[in-house]
Design a binder for this molecule. Structure first.
Ligand code: GLN
Length: 490
């Protein structure tokens, strides 16, 4: 870990870069070239990118500089970012890390991407991920795994592993990831960066390739909470192209960052500190909670007894929705198409056989089974009933406390290959992140220390639409600590 006095441009946070751009100390072209050079230097080691869009990035940087010169900039104008390859980008390949969409070039931007580009953000390229978002380690990418910048033998987490690794390694100032069951928070924790999964519906899902539509949400991965606030501000809000996007106007998130958390009631759910968790994770998270107490928060132990059912509930609902959503990949409408001997049905079967990787096929089969006649009541309906109980658990504790503090993951980044042979062991990594998606809540991952040299993430969970509160808690913590400033030597 290092903290050099004179920063390279690729080490700047969004806020720092924005100040230098506004003062005309640097140009977006210089900043963008610095990130492109950094990618050229380190991406062969991290493999955080599926596509680097250098030419369009340069053109966008020039346009941003013109906009800044004309006095029409916003805090994101001219700042280079990476987008997870599950979000549609006009004219730039969007593979979802799948052979199925290896050559798919969308004709429109996802709303979240369009809103960033509308502010003059510079798109460096597309982030590696688990195929269609299904996984916890980025090892399910059809192309190559991403490596953790803190230790190249370890996973970066997943599914937005390329995005978290890129931000940690200085290959982007920030990134957009997506979180269906933990895919922003867990890789942010494993890579030592700050991630925010907004309330379900806070950010439009239009142009986000669907995995599990009742759980999917788009959010920022950045260096700190203050940057996350600026990015969320840009992407949040109603979108007429997504009927599930919330009508509530987005509040001023940066204004919420007072750093004052005195009197805040912070709940610590006992079920999130179960046996079997890494001792280093336990002590780092416990110390972080103590720090929040020192800043004036009132700590209360709370209970979420349905936590133990979240994993089973999620792994019925998510595959069920995935089996319906992925039915569209039939070789006719999108992407890969197997042409050869046989009739239409045979072509469709071969398309899906060769186009999807093993984990995606496993999920489709699990989901099709759970939804099939005779099993629907026993699995899918039961999971929906459990979902209601989990939501009620959170509703009850949010009557007693303002937010919850817990670990993001029971572990730190594990070795590449360690869990690929045992899907259930891989699914277990998500125990502390899934309940939040099931209940549609906002949550953050905040760097809070190290265990065996690998970053640990503190999870902050809030009631619906309490993003501003969570950002402020994280900001208060980051004013008092330096964990978010630690960078890997790569
Ligand atoms: N690891 C979980 C899964 O495989 C969550 C992934 C995600 O949030 N996209 O489904």
């Amino acid at each position: 870990m290092s903290e050099p006095a004179a920063k390279h441009l690729w080490q700047l946070s969004v806020a720092e870069a924005s100040r230098l751009l506004a003062a005309k100390d640097i140009s977006s072209v210089e900043l963008t070239e610095a990130f492109l050079d950094r990618i050229a230097d380190v991406d062969s080691r991290t493999r955080a990118y599926i596509t680097v869009a250098a030419d369009t990035a340069r053109a966008e940087a020039q346009a941003a500089d013109r906009r800044i010169a004309a006095g029409e900039s916003t805090p994101l104008t001219g700042i280079p970012m990476q987008i997870k390859d599950l979000l549609s980008t006009e004219g730039i390949t969007t593979t979802c890390a799948s052979r199925m969409l290896e050559n798919y070039v969308p004709v429109y931007d996802a709303t979240a991407v369009a809103r960033l580009r509308g502010q003059g953000a510079v798109l460096l390229g597309k982030g590696n991920m688990d195929e269609f978002g299904m996984g916890s380690s980025t090892e399910n990418s059809a192309f190559f795994p991403t490596r953790n910048p803190w230790d190249a033998t370890r996973v970066p987490g997943g599914s937005s592993g390329g995005s978290a690794a890129a931000v940690a390694a200085g290959e982007a100032a920030y990134a957009l990831g997506t979180d269906t069951g933990g895919s922003i928070r867990q890789p942010a924790a494993f890579c030592g960066v700050t991630g925010l999964k907004p309330t379900y519906g806070r950010v439009s899902r239009y142009g986000l390739v669907a995995y599990a539509s009742s759980l999917d949400q788009v959010g920022p991965i950045a260096r700190d909470a203050a940057d996350c606030a600026v990015i969320l501000q840009a992407i949040a809000g109603h979108d007429r192209f997504d009927a599930t996007s919330l009508p509530n106007p987005a509040p001023d998130y940066s204004a919420a960052l007072t750093g004052d958390i005195s009197g805040l009631r912070l709940g610590v759910p006992e079920q999130y500190f179960a046996d079997g968790m890494d001792n280093g994770v336990r002590s780092a998270v416990t110390a972080a909670i103590e720090q929040l107490r020192d800043r004036g928060a009132e700590i209360r132990e709370v209970s979420l007894p349905t936590t133990e059912y979240a994993l089973a509930c999620y792994y019925v609902i998510a595959p069920s929705e995935c089996s319906a959503n992925l039915a569209r990949y039939d070789g006719v409408k999108y992407g890969y198409s197997h042409q050869g001997e046989g009739d239409m049905w045979e072509a469709m079967e071969r398309t899906r056989q060769h186009g999807f990787g093993p984990e995606v096929k496993r999920r489709i089969m699990l989901g099709a089974f759970a939804l099939s006649s005779g099993y629907y009541d026993a699995y899918y309906r039961k999971a929906q009933q459990v979902r209601t109980l989990i939501r009620e658990d959170f509703d009850r504790v949010f009557g007693e406390v303002d937010a919850l503090a817990a670990p993001v993951s029971p572990l730190v980044a594990f070795p590449i290959g360690d869990r690929t042979d045992d899907p259930v062991r891989m699914y277990l990594v998500d125990v502390y992140t899934l309940p939040v998606n099931i209940a549609g809540l906002p949550a953050m991952s905040v760097p809070c220390g190290f265990s065996d040299g690998l970053p640990v993430g503190l999870q902050l969970i809030g009631p619906h639409l309490a993003e501003g509160r969570l950002l402020n808690i994280a900001h208060a913590y980051q004013q008092a600590t330096n964990w978010h400033r630690a960078r890997p030597d790569i």
